[in-house]
Design a protein around this ligand. Structure first.
Ligand code: HEM
Length: 420
């Protein structure tokens, strides 16, 4: 029930005096942090951020935001240095990347970092969104924060797609071809959009120029959006795994040193994992077919995107019409924008459960969502026929059911209970 302490709360011992279970009013960051509302110097600004109060029970899933920032910095630095030797021309792109890998000192390391970074960034991003869904971090007053996050997700996906085209291997070329045809399936304006996207009738130098500019500029736009994302978070405050109880001032700790140390430890663990994957399991983040130069005359047996796009590719293929497939697949990301309005339940956590009798229900629903996402990805890896077509369709249904069926249903139940 909203505002009811969960079993996790029993462990809390507030430092002084009796503690009311009222949530902290949704006030601007400065007042939550107990600092002045206006900052005048960079020093005061940093001091205010360091003193920012956060619920003390934030678990490991809250460390992923810091990991995302660290990987983003690495992606920008490695990307900028890669761009120094890259040539966006269909006849030179593949060789320029090969030259970087083989001839430029530490070029292989820069490229490996960038490729491994893309995989880690997307994995962390999916976990970050999952955390938000688990704990209802999108609820009022954080709808804006969630909206900025969803736009960020879209920007990151477009940037990752554009980046994958750049090395101009077989998968780069045929990936651009499939994406171009998907855009071309839009009624009325499809042909025109496909030509704008490809810069011609088929992928070529013009496509590479477009993708290079998109990849480069969006990366910096993402940095701006991340700054906005964090600023809105500071204005709205963090969700707590134990709901409003955890957001009580007496149960909060300042960002520094408590969360700087925790986040720092998370980033170190991530760096170790990152290095292990980059040095010992590079096969996890690379696609052998993309080490063959693009050949417009030879279609690979299996055209498949990077792993992080597979669920959306699976949904695209699960629908017989190309246009509706595009709608269903794009809609799977866009639907996140509407989550705060699909679930208008009280601001309590999902996992702690506000609804004694049906506490298991959101967990089962989340498990169905995760399984659907994974199964859609598996369907995307296979030819969509026979059993895989069925799996793709069921997974698409399961994914949409969570947002369009479960969330409105459960939040209506919770509102009804809150009224009674
Ligand atoms: C480039 C991508 C992103 C970066 C670098 C980023 C970074 C961060 C950071 C540093 C935090 C604070 C620490 C934490 O709570 O983990 C945060 C919080 C948050 N992010 Fe993101 N984020 C990104 C994308 C997204 C996306 C795609 C969404 C959702 C669609 C999202 C939703 C949220 C929410 C709701 C919070 C607040 C959680 C709370 O209430 O405690 N973020 N993000």
């Amino acid at each position: 029930m909203a505002g009811t302490p969960s079993c996790q709360d029993q462990a809390y011992q507030p430092p002084t005096g009796p503690v009311s279970v009222q949530p902290v009013p949704e006030t601007p960051a400065a007042s939550v942090a107990g600092g002045p509302a206006q900052t005048h110097t960079a020093y005061e600004f940093v001091r205010e951020y360091m003193a920012f109060l956060l619920p003390r029970d934030l678990n490991v899933l809250w460390t992923i935001g810091a990991m995302l920032v660290a990987v983003l910095a690495l992606m920008l630095l490695s990307g900028l240095t890669l761009a120094l030797t890259y040539t966006p021309d269909a006849s030179l792109a593949f060789t320029s990347v090969e030259t970087l890998e083989r001839r430029v000192p530490f070029g292989w390391l820069l490229r490996s970092m960038h490729m491994t970074g893309a995989t880690f960034f997307m994995a962390a991003l999916y976990l970050h969104v999952f955390r938000g869904l688990c704990y209802g971090s999108y609820r009022a007053p954080r709808q804006g924060l969630w909206g900025v996050g969803t736009v960020l997700l879209m920007m990151v996906m477009i940037t990752a797609f554009a980046g994958y085209v750049l090395p101009w291997g077989q998968m780069s070329y045929w990936g651009a071809d499939v994406a171009g045809k998907a855009v071309g399936a839009i009624p009325l304006v499809g042909n025109m959009l496909e030509r704008v996207f490809l810069g011609g009738d088929a992928p070529g130098t013009a496509t590479l120029h477009r993708m290079f500019v998109l990849h480069f500029t969006l990366s910096f736009a993402i940095v701006g959006m991340v700054i906005l994302h964090v600023a809105v978070l500071h204005a709205r405050g963090s969700t707590s795994p134990s709901g409003p109880v955890g957001q009580n001032r007496a149960r909060m700790l300042p960002f520094h040193p408590y969360f700087t140390v925790k986040d720092g430890l998370g980033v170190v663990v991530l760096a170790i994992l990152f290095t292990l994957v980059m040095c010992f399991w590079s096969g996890l983040v690379t696609e052998a077919e993309n080490y063959r130069p693009a050949n417009p005359l030879h279609t690979p047996a299996d055209i498949e995107p990077e792993w992080y796009f597979l669920p959306f590719y699976g949904m695209l293929q699960a629908v017989p019409s190309k246009f509706f497939g595009l709608l269903v697949s794009g809609g799977a990301v866009a639907i996140l924008l509407f989550v705060p309005w699909l679930d208008r339940g009280a601001s309590a956590t999902f996992v702690a459960g506000r609804w004694g009798g049906l506490r298991w229900l959101p967990r089962v629903a989340l498990a169905v969502l995760v399984c659907s996402f994974v199964l859609a990805g598996l369907a995307g890896r296979h030819h969509v026929q026979g059993v895989w077509l069925l799996v793709g369709r069921l997974a698409t249904l399961g994914y949409y059911l969570y947002f369009l069926g479960f969330l409105p249903f459960y939040s209506r139940l919770a509102r009804k209970e809150a009224r009674s």
